[in-house]
Design a protein around this ligand. Sequence first.
Ligand code: BJW
Length: 230
Amino acid sequence: MTHILILTGAGISAESGLGTFRDVDGLWTKYDLDEVATPEGFARNPTLVHEFYNARRANCFDATPNAAHTALGRLQSEHAGRVTIITQNVDDLHERGGATDIIHMHGELRSALCANCDHRWPAPREMSAEAPCPSCAEPNTRPDIVWFGEMPYRMEDIYAALSEADLFVAIGTSGNVYPAAGFVMEARAMGIPTLELNLEPSDTASAFNEARFGPATQIVPGWVEDVLKS
Ligand code: BJW
């Protein structure tokens, strides 16, 4: 029974109306990533960072999963082997699309984190720099998001899953951000077949054994259908 390891990025949620980062109208063309996605930016202007993530959280809560998310949920419940989903996305559309045990390596919009005591709790729709931590009461609360220069979450679980995988599939990610962009090379080094599903060839496209290009809502359900038939 095969173990399929799937890495997803912003492209899988694009057709749910959530912006990607590096496409022509992506988030990094409108916001300075040094100001909104680094610990230094948060230290300089926590209000600006909270405003950025409050807007993203509102968009996320109002969005609905698309056919690619629900296809992966179906794959997890119907595939005879194991299916591990690692997402770089901070939205919860995989969970709402029926998938379970998602590894959110870059954190989650629905979680809040105390920068003082590391306590986590469900984020309110609107967070603010002044709100006290419910555990230690310090007004030092932040979105539970992995910013540039910070260690992504659950790396041990990720490398353990990678070492046990029979197929590595990357969906809707540009291959710009490490360590996620390096997973394909690590899979290749372990002799694991690799597949890219993306709108267009990513920056790491040449590292994949196979590829299917097109909108996620079309190519992901088609690939899932093929896996379940095989
Ligand atoms: C569709 C579609 C449709 C569109 N259908 N497809 C030099 C060399 C190597 C590394 C570094 C370096 N200098 C610094 C670093 C490290 C740094 C890094 O990688 N920087 C690069 C910019 C070079 N990385 C870090 O700092 C990370 N931490 C780290 O490395 O810790 C040390 C460590 C050491 C050893 C082991 C492990 C760790 C942390 C990275 C944190 C990233 N954070 C962000 C923002 C926070 C989350 C948020 O606000 O949402 O995460 S950045 C942003 O990029 C976000 C994303 O998760 C991430 C990846 O983006 P993604 O998902 O690929 O989106 P896009 O927009 O880039 O691509 C979308 C794709 O979809 C495109 O290909 C489209 O074509 C496609 N698409 N529509 C299908 N309809």
